[in-house]
Design a protein around this ligand. Sequence first.
Ligand code: HEC
Length: 334
Amino acid sequence: MYWRDAKRETPTMSSFAMRCRPAARYGLLVLLGATVLAACSDLGDPPTDPDPDKNDAPVVAAVMPDSGAVGDTVSISGTDFGDVAGSVMLGAANMTIVSWNDLLVRSIVPEGAVTGSIRLLNAGGTSNAVSFRVGSGGGGGHPLPVISDIVPLRTVVGDTLWLNGTGFGTDPGDLRVELAAASGRVEAPILSWADTQVLVEIPQTAVAGLVTVTDGDRSTEGIDFDVAPELISFGSDLLNAQRTQGLFVAQGCSACHFDRQFGNNGFSVGNPTDIRAGGIHGPAAVPRHAEQSLIIRVLKGIEPGIQRMPQGGEMPAAQIRIVEDWINQGMRDN
Ligand code: HEC
C-alpha cells in the first residue's frame, strides 16, 4: 500500500512532535531538521507511531467494490481503524457492520442508501471520504449472495467444489460462479444449486485464486482456492494392497498402525475407511477437510497430547501435502 509508506517517509513536524514525549516538545520548538530525528531517537521513541491502534483518525485506502446495490457487502481497507468497531457512513446512511479490525471493515449497503461518500468513524476521528455508487445492479437490485466458505480449499481441476453461504436463491438465474484463470476469470459449470449451497465443477483452465459469484458486473467477495497439481491415488501414492509401497510404508506408519485392533492407539492406515474411523482419539480424517483432520495435525506435530508422527521423526512438508491433497480430494480408495 503505497500511501502507508508515504506516511512513514514524509512525516510532518507536528506528527513528529506528537510522537515524542511531552518533555521533548519544547526541544522540538528550537531544533530543526535532522536534530528533530535525533531528539526523538535519543528518547528511545521509534520513528513510527508508538500506539498505532489508538487516537489516529482512520485512513481509508480502498473500497471494494466501488459500487453496489442495497444489501451488498462492501470491503473497506486502510489503517488505524482500531480494534473496537466504530461506524461507517454512506452519505447520511449508517452502514451495517459485518466485521471490523484495524485494517479491514466489511459492511452492508443499507436500505435507502444513495450514491455518495463512504466515511469511517472511530474514537480517533473521521476518515477521508471515498465515493461509492449505489445502483440497481445487474440483478435488478437483488442483493448478491454471501459465500461463507468453500469445500475443499484445494483440489485438482475436474474435481467438484462446494460453495456454502446464504442468498444463492433457488436457481442460478443470472448468477455465475467464477474462478481465477491464467487469462482472467473462468465460469465454473454448475452441478447443483440451492439457497445455501452450490456445487460446481472446477474448470480445466482454473488456477489458484479467488472464487466469486457474479451477477453482470457485480461480484461477491472472493474466497481463496488453490489448485492441486494431481489426483492422489491411495493405492500407488499412500499404501498399496500388499503394504509394500507408498508414503505410509516409506514413513513406517503401516508398521505401527497395521490394523485397528493391534495398531498403536488403535489406529490403522490400512485403508481409507480405517483412516476415517481413526483410533482412540476418534476419527482421524474428515473427507474434503484436511484442515479439520487429526492425522494432519499429528503429522504437523500440532495436536496437543499426541506426539508428532511418524513417531520419533518428521515427515517433510511436501509429503504432508500429499496426504492433505488426498483428504481434500475426498479420501478416494483409488
Ligand atoms: C514407531 C511406531 C510408529 C510409527 C512409525 C508411527 N506411529 Fe503413529 N502412533 C504411534 C504411537 C505410539 C502413537 C500414540 C502416540 C501418543 O498418544 O502420543 C501413535 C499415534 C498416532 C495417531 C493418533 C491416533 C489416535 O487416535 O490416538 C495417528 C493419527 C498416527 N499415529 C498416525 C501416524 C502416521 C500417519 C504415521 C506415519 C507418518 C505414524 N503414525 C507412524 C506409533 C507410531
